[in-house]
Write a protein that binds this ligand. Structure first.
Ligand code: SF4
Length: 296
């Protein structure tokens, strides 16, 4: 049996940057006073590795406890709303900003359109950290939707509307939503006025959708595919569905102990791949666990 690790998998640029910032901050801090707000990335294995070298995860509620004690708090790639920065400033907490620059750029774009009077709609998950940050830059005035039905129900079509996307959502659904809004708006306006009344900006990260074609190819080339990701990873779910669309023997795991070796029966090739937050070292460990089992 051949075991192949997907060459195109592993961390995206934004996650590499966040991990680098965290590692450097830990190296430089002599007093161990480095914290991260939330889980550094949506992968428990990598989060655990960083915890083992001293990174402590906190929530917003811990800010008061850390006030004026020289604490440094890392903002992870998903970003945070402005009030987090404000609160840290008031409490004498130093922020180390590891927000992915693509997310920062999206926050700025959304805020600009909000200030220009557009009704802001985001295709995303209401409670996802990135979306909370996006809402924060518009004082909460963002309509968050995940489907065509929600779009038609929640949007006020009398208002000038702009649609954006959380960076890790799936493109086909974004385009379905865009078309449905366009259709509805077109019914209400005069011909030629669509661009003044509705704009759609596909802000899905190219590190996520850019992987889709390669991923489909990889899944077609392997009899069985083990998809490794954190269960809370949004792009993990999205990329897993991409794999399932071309191979019905794709299995999602977070931990190598979840592998059922019956899955691999009669397989000539097993592919290992994952989300943009899945570390290479963990996929290698999954490969070694499979090798260990099949060679014993
Ligand atoms: S998926 Fe894209 S937006 Fe998200 S952290 Fe990675 S590079 Fe940044």
């Amino acid at each position: 049996m051949k075991i192949n690790i997907d060459n195109n998998s592993g961390f995206c640029w934004g996650v590499v940057r966040t991990i680098d910032i965290a590692e450097k901050s830990l190296e430089e801090a002599k007093d161990g006073n480095i914290f991260v707000l939330g889980q550094i990335i949506h992968n428990p294995k990598e989060a655990e590795r960083l915890e083992n070298i001293g990174l402590k995860s906190i929530t917003h509620k811990d800010f008061e406890r850390l006030a004026h004690k020289g604490a440094k708090v890392i903002i992870r790639a998903h970003g945070e709303p402005p009030e987090t920065y404000q609160k840290a400033k008031e409490l004498g907490i130093e922020i180390i900003d590891a927000t992915c620059p693509l997310v920062t750029a999206l926050q700025k774009r959304i805020q600009k359109h909000y200030l220009d009077g557009w009704q802001i709609v985001v295709f995303g998950k209401e409670d996802h950290a990135e979306v909370i940050g996006l809402k924060g830059v518009c004082n909460g005035n963002v309509i968050v939707i995940q489907s065509v039905e929600q779009a038609l129900e929640k949007i006020d079509f009398n208002k000038r509307t702009i649609l954006f996307s959380q960076t890790t959502m799936d493109k086909p659904t974004f385009h379905k939503i865009k078309e449905a809004i366009e259709e509805r708006v077109t019914e209400l306006i005069d011909e030629g006025e669509l661009k003044e009344q509705f704009l759609a900006k596909d802000t899905i990260c190219h590190f996520v959708y850019g992987r889709e074609d390669n991923l489909r190819e990889f899944c077609k080339q392997n009899d069985v595919v083990i998809f490794v990701a954190g269960r809370s990873s949004s792009n993990g779910k999205s990329l897993y569905h991409v794999c399932q669309s071309v191979n019905d023997k794709v299995y999602f795991i977070e931990d190598h102990s979840e592998i059922d070796f019956d899955w691999l029966k009669n397989a000539n090739s097993v592919g290992i791949t994952g989300a943009t937050s899945t570390p290479q070292w963990y996929m290698e460990l999954v490969r070694d666990k499979i090798l260990e089992k099949i060679t014993n």
